[in-house]
Ligand binder design. Structure first.
Ligand code: S3P
Length: 426
């Protein structure tokens, strides 16, 4: 059912966010192949992370859920069992790409598929390194899900990633756990390092030297009790909303502030956001803190090169902020946006257009001129969670009421998004 969003006069309150999506996937997968039962608190409530749990259950792992806590009864590196059904990754690129690293090393076959959006996303980026390790994988048209993963024994590899992708890095490192010897991944740009941190927490021998990451094969992983920090990529919607709407003051508690993710905060501050970090602490190797954000005059800026990779998930909502800024926002070197849950360059431009905001589209980005007004409009999530939430934020700053078609897409990462928004909006 479409959702209606009214303009807000201010945002105020203290909120906590669901567990980080990236970290939740990694903790669940590592817990499944560790020895003993891991307890994970504040596990992401999003459908994507539920897809990971569902797939692990199909592989013979017992999982108990209580609220946002999950217990995963790990069966060790060699404890997974052949699934009697196709594994369902749903909308989740992380599930299919990262889990395939584990599946490729099993003595049994697996088939893994996803929804219509996932079925259009490129998989050759994981197939190439896995095949070089000895895996045998068949894909639709050679590159799209479903993937048929045949039994294989893997050898270690020294692999240079052609695209900066934490999902691909993770896939190769997880496969490397099953190979004898040391598997090394070289990144063109530093990407989120939650896998490296989580592997260390679960007891793997992992070595990180700049952009070169090596893992020793055949470790004994041990169950852990862990709490997932709040998702900074979900916080991004509220940070932008509070920056946009006059008189807003918002506190977001317990947010993951890993430096490979927090470029968002530095960028927001560099363009004029009024933002403070309080009570910075460490949680299982991950920095966590509370954020305070107030309405501010935003100058606008440029996102390109390494910054484009570091902010890739936040660009839709930053494009919204750019339209209301003084000088606008330019995004370049972000062609990866075209192969996300939707072509996010196209879907952002389409919805901005529907709100009366002019935008110029490039093959690898877009330019949103500043000092523009949002008109209340009917826009579409196009089934993409980050597009739904980015434009819900735009609707708060619009001149009239807006309607979002297919708003439920938000539940892929953040089922409570609209409820929390309604609580803080006045
Ligand atoms: C993720 C990595 C990024 C990001 C995605 C989550 C991860 O994708 O866009 O939302 O958890 O490793 P890529 O690896 O495709 O860049």
């Amino acid at each position: 059912m479409p959702a209606r969003i009214s303009p807000a006069t201010r945002l105020q309150g203290t909120i906590r966010l669901p567990g980080d999506k990236s970290i939740s996937h990694r903790y669940a997968m590592l817990a499944a192949i560790a020895e003993g039962t891991s307890h994970i608190r504040n596990y992401s409530t999003g459908a994507d992370c539920a897809s990971t749990l569902g797939a692990l259950e199909s592989l013979g792992i017992r999982i108990e859920r209580e609220g946002t806590s999950v217990s995963v009864a790990g069966r060790g590196l060699d404890g997974l069992r052949e699934s009697s059904t196709t594994l369902d990754a749903g909308n989740s690129g992380s599930t299919i790409r990262m889990l395939s690293g584990i599946l490729a090393a099993q003595p049994f076959a697996s088939r893994i598929a996803g929804d219509e959006s996932l079925s259009r996303r490129p998989m050759e980026r994981i197939m190439r390194p896995l095949e070089a390790m000895g895996a045998s994988i068949t894909a639709r048209e050679g590159r799209f899900p479903p993937l048929e993963i045949h039994p294989a024994e893997l050898r270690s590899i020294d692999y240079t990633l052609p695209v900066a992708s934490a999902q691909v890095k993770t896939c190769v490192l997880l496969a490397g756990l099953y190979a004898r010897g040391v598997t090394t991944v070289r990144e063109p740009l530093r990407t989120r390092d939650h896998t490296e941190i989580a592997l260390r927490e679960f007891g793997a021998a992992i070595d990180v030297r700049g952009r070169v990451i090596s893992v020793q094969g055949r470790p004994r992983l041990e169950a852990r009790d862990l709490e997932v920090p709040g998702d900074l990529s979900s916080a991004a919607f509220f940070l932008v909303a509070a920056s946009l709407v006059p008189d807003s003051v918002l506190r977001i508690e317990g947010v993951g502030l890993n430096p490979t993710r927090s470029a968002l905060l530095d960028f927001l501050v560099s363009i004029g956001a009024d933002l403070d970090i309080r009570d910075l602490r460490m949680q299982a190797g991950e920095p966590v803190g509370d954020l305070e954000v107030r309405h501010a005059r935003i100058r606008g800026g440029v996102i390109e090169k390494e910054l484009a990779a570091a902010l890739i998930d936040e660009i839709p909502v930053l494009a919204v902020l750019g339209a209301a800024s003084e000088e606008g926002l330019v995004v370049r070197d972000a062609a990866e946006l075209r192969v996300k849950e939707t072509d996010r360059i196209a879907t952002v431009a389409e919805n901005l257009g529907r709100m009366g905001v002019s935008v110029e589209v490039f093959p690898d980005g877009l330019r949103v001129p500043g000092r523009q007004r949002f008109h209340g409009a009917e826009f579409d999530s196009f089934g993409d969670h980050r597009i739904a939430m980015a434009f819900a934020v735009a609707a708060l700053a619009a001149s009239g009421e807006s309607t979002i078609l297919a708003p439920e897409a938000a539940s892929v990462s953040f089922p409570d998004f609209y409820r929390i928004l309604a609580e803080i909006a006045q």
